[in-house]
Design a protein around this ligand. Structure first.
Ligand code: NAD
Length: 251
């Protein structure tokens, strides 16, 4: 059941959840291809990891950057077995009439177009390798619910589930599994931009305290489910979204 020796590409790897997956997989002996727009933090993370790691700075919404990250991984390791397509940004917290086209395009561009480009690049490589593969997308509790002040984020994360289902249908017959993890609230830089106001860290802590488990999650608690979905323990799972949210989606 071990993932040791496999190669995994992680997007948004410099961030809270991406770096948690990187550390978790590195502890399991997985070699890593790490990508993020923040090349400086990527390099610092890679220095800390006990496995062979390739870093590639790039933007998930730019086709050439996504393809170049896969090419860098293949150049270093000869193959890529697993993908955690995780990069994402929060939406602006505004009411529907105030949501700008620029913000809509930016959030959909990174969270949904970026996920599409990552899935497509993964499949193109898997079809060359002809030995199956596994992809985990980072969805969100916002993939399953909506609110009236975070429309672009909700639309992008609902879209990720449509992408997931179509990709799982395509991948099944060629041995590629595609699943998603749907985190609830995990304190990361994702909430830093909103300060202490609505959508900020304090607001999220208050919301987390009302979930059945009465606390926010940790990056490690998301990463362990990502590792499970990537591994042989999930061999009969595809097209599935697993909530890791302290029970928030259940109530
Ligand atoms: P984070 O801000 O710590 O990490 C996100 C990372 O994505 C950052 O390192 C950032 O540099 C990178 N990134 C942003 N735009 C990019 C782009 N265009 N190209 C490449 N990289 C880019 O946030 P996080 O909480 O680790 O978020 C990771 C994922 O988890 C996101 O998809 C987010 O929507 C999702 N998520 C997070 C939570 C949570 O509570 N933290 C909950 C549900 C879903």
């Amino acid at each position: 059941m071990s993932l040791a020796g496999k190669v995994c590409l992680i997007t948004g790897a410099a961030g809270g959840l991406g770096s948690a997956t990187a550390r978790r997989l590195a502890a399991d002996g997985v070699r890593l291809v790490l990508t993020d727009v923040d090349g400086g933090r990527l390099a610092a993370l890679a220095e800390d990891l006990p496995v062979e790691t390739v870093v590639h700075a790039g933007d998930v919404s730019v086709e050439a950057d996504v393809d170049a990250a896969v090419a860098a991984g293949v150049a270093a390791f000869g193959r890529i077995d697993l993908h955690h397509l995780n990069a994402g940004v929060p939406g602006p917290l505004v009411r529907l009439p105030e949501l700008s086209v620029a913000d809509w395009d930016r959030v959909l561009g990174i969270n949904l177009r970026g996920a599409f480009l990552g899935v497509r690049a993964a499949f193109r490589q898997y079809e060359v390798q002809r030995s199956g593969g596994a992809i985990v997308l980072t969805a969100s509790i916002a993939s399953l619910r909506a609110s009236d002040d975070l429309l672009a984020y909700h639309a992008s994360k609902h879209g990720v589930l449509g992408l997931l289902k179509g990709a799982a249908l395509y991948g099944g017959p060629i041995g590629v599994r595609v699943n998603a993890v749907a985190p609830g609230i995990v304190p990361t830089a994702l909430f830093a931009g909103a300060g202490d106001g609505p959508g900020g860290g304090d607001d999220m802590a208050r919301r987390a305290a009302t979930t059945p488990l009465r606390r926010p999650g940790t990056g490690d608690e998301i990463a362990s489910v990502v590792a499970f979905l990537l591994g042989e323990g999930a061999a009969y799972m595809t097209g599935e979204t697993v909530s890791v949210d302290g029970g928030a989606a259940a109530v």
